[in-house]
Write a protein that binds this ligand. Structure first.
Ligand code: ATP
Ligand code: MG
Length: 168
């Protein structure tokens, strides 16, 4: 089935990693692609997930526009999408998590068409999890779960910076 975690509230990435923990605990093989998070940016969930045998994590150099000035990193994500496709169709993984893929699609990286083609053919025995902020209007019809995190309160609004172990 296809899952979407989106919205402006906190909890999209951490929910997907929570699901990865649950799945791996039950013997499912999980692969997590972290888009827009450069390799040098290592978050707590990555450190923990790398200790779990059934979870593989893949990261790239492409930076999140949030860290690099919006729009400056708009290049093709062909390699990333090709690798994700292999994981989805290769039969090796039961769960494929594409963390921040919704940002990638929303911000117009040149992979939207390819991704929309791919999502129509996801094998029935694969759980595909998509997270990120942005427009999901072209994606949601393919999803079985759509969860929207609502940003009612966040310490960021009180100028409190991201905290280690909580935000990263
Ligand atoms: P998390 O990684 O905590 O599950 P997320 O995946 O929902 O959050 P992103 O949109 O990926 O959030 O944002 C990246 C960073 O911004 C994370 O450190 C996250 O905790 C933080 N964040 C999430 N929501 C907000 C918000 N409403 N205001 C400010 N920062 C936020
Ligand atoms: Mg996130």
């Amino acid at each position: 089935m296809i899952h979407i975690y989106t919205g402006n509230g906190k909890g999209k990435t951490t929910s997907s990693f929570g699901l990865a923990m649950r799945a791996s605990g039950q013997g499912l093989k999980v692969i997590i692609f972290q888009f827009l998070k450069p390799k040098k940016l290592v978050c707590g969930e990555e450190i923990s997930a790398r200790k779990i045998r059934n979870i593989k994590i893949v990261k790239y150099e492409q930076q999140h526009p949030m860290f690099n000035g919006r729009g400056k990193t708009k290049k093709s994500m062909k390699i990333e999408i090709t690798e994700a496709r292999k994981a989805i169709f290769g039969g090796k993984y039961d769960m494929v998590i594409l963390d921040e893929i919704i940002n990638v699609i929303d911000q117009g990286f040149s992979c939207k068409k390819e991704f929309l083609k791919l999502i129509k053919k996801v094998p029935k025995d694969v759980e595909l999890i998509l997270t990120g902020r942005g427009d999901i209007s072209e994606l949601e019809k393919f999803a079985d779960y759509v969860t929207i995190m609502v940003d009612k309160k966040h310490p960021f609004m009180q100028q409190i910076n991201a905290r280690r172990g909580i935000e990263y």
